[in-house]
Ligand binder design. Structure first.
Ligand SMILES: *Cc1c(COP(=O)(O)O)cnc(C)c1O
Length: 398
């Protein structure tokens, strides 16, 4: 029977669920872009964007997705022929490295595979092999959305300081900003990239590059820089058009204003706690399912897990069957496995992901888990019992 009519839930790791209030704010006639409400509104976004990332630093706004933020950050840190070092814990680090190479920037990769966090010794070795100014930047993904591993940014900062490295620490927070705890200034990130369609709860279309004064000074030494990606004028605009090097993403600005109001009202610490609690409920359910069947977490160590996305393995054809069933029979779309191919499973179909970022609450997560439970039964996928009870106990005890 098809039971999918009703409010669907896109439980993939981005784009995330968009609050009705954000959508309503975007539904309007085009505003004047030269004076008035929109201009004033745009100025108010920056302090709140700083708050979300816990920084006093600069923010440049772009009409772009996360890939655009990658290119923007690179364009302000390095030129053709420069080098960056990429610490890879999954698919997205490789994406950033690939983009660097396409810009003529050499990207050396320290590879940690798909089930591990950054090993600082291996990173130290890679940095040690060259003079302290060899790499312009070290690129790190805070949460790699493909593997759902969360990396310790403060530890990478401490390593760079210990080694006296001149490299800027650039962090990809596309999946984690507004979900997992992140403190740009306290943790010592020099550059950070994010986009609006994950923890920030706005339809895809805006990206952000945060940078501190050290990164701003370094940028001024670059021999040339793309005038479109250049972050200085965007972070210090005199008129609205300076923010975006052209026409502003008018409707996104209204949506983002409401999303940031929601974030301010809840409080960033409370948002981190909400995500952490909901994630614990998911982990408890998966643990129960895994006691008597093929389902297992991709990242075993709880302290290394994202609280906004969960990568899971169940083998072929189970993972794909489950995703098909939840989407077409129950209105719940789960995430595919990304960058998780193995020799036995070249397409990575044995993997799947839960996205639980942004505008998600207890009833949505319990609904998602119960739907997965039904999908396991419907598809004859072996699983342990007590998963929903275990998740409910986490929520009830929170
Ligand atoms: C989603 C994501 C990206 C890419 O963002 P797009 O908006 O799809 O370009 C980059 N890095 C991470 C960690 C992500 O989760």
């Amino acid at each position: 029977m098809n039971l999918s009519s009703g409010q669907t839930y896109l439980a993939i790791p981005g784009p995330s669920v968009i609050p009705e209030a954000v959508l309503r704010a975007m539904h309007r006639a085009s505003p004047n872009i030269y004076e008035g409400e929109l201009v004033e509104l745009t100025h108010t976004l920056v302090p709140d964007l700083r708050y979300v990332a816990q920084t006093e630093g600069n923010v440049a706004l772009y009409i772009a997705n996360g890939h655009g933020a990658w290119e923007a950050a690179l364009a302000n840190m390095a030129c053709h022929g420069d080098r960056v070092l990429v610490a890879s814990t999954g698919w997205f680090a490789h994406g950033w490295a690939k983009m660097a190479r396409a810009m003529g920037i050499e990207a050396d990769i320290v590879e940690y595979g798909t089930q591990s966090t950054i090993d600082l010794n291996a990173l130290a070795k890679a940095l040690h092999a060259h003079p302290i100014d060899y790499y312009k930047a070290v690129l790190v993904t805070h949460v790699d959305t493909s593997t759902s591993v969360k990396n310790d940014i403060a530890a990478v900062r401490a390593l760079l300081d210990d080694l006296g490295s001149h490299a800027l620490l650039a962090v990809d927070c596309v999946a984690s900003l507004g979900c997992d705890e992140f403190k740009m200034d306290a943790w010592g990130a020099d550059v950070m990239v994010a986009a609006c369609q994950k923890g920030l709860m706005v339809p895809a279309g805006m990206a952000f590059v945060y940078f501190n004064d050290k990164a701003a000074q370094r940028q001024k030494q670059l021999p040339y820089i793309s005038s479109y990606w250049e972050w200085g004028q965007r972070a210090n605009p005199e008129i609205l058009a300076h923010y975006f090097c052209g026409t502003a993403p008018t409707h996104h600005l209204y949506g983002l204003r409401v999303a940031l109001d929601m974030i301010r009202a809840e409080g960033i610490e409370n948002i981190w706690t909400r995500h952490a609690t909901l994630a614990k409920a998911i982990w408890a359910a998966v643990e129960s399912w895994g006691t008597d069947g093929p389902m297992r977490m991709n990242i075993q160590d709880k302290s290394l897990r994202s609280t906004a996305v969960t990568a899971l393995h169940m083998g072929i054809p189970h993972a794909k069957n489950l995703r098909n069933w939840t989407q077409h029979t129950a209105g719940l779309t789960l995430g595919i496995g990304l960058g998780m191919s193995t020799p036995e499973d070249p397409k990575g179909d044995g993997f799947f992901r839960f996205g639980h970022m942004g505008h998600v609450n207890a009833q949505m997560i319990l609904g998602m888990l119960s739907t997965v439970q039904a999908g396991l039964i419907a598809n004859n996928i072996p699983h342990g019992t007590g998963a929903i009870d275990a998740a409910a106990h986490v929520i009830a005890g929170a």
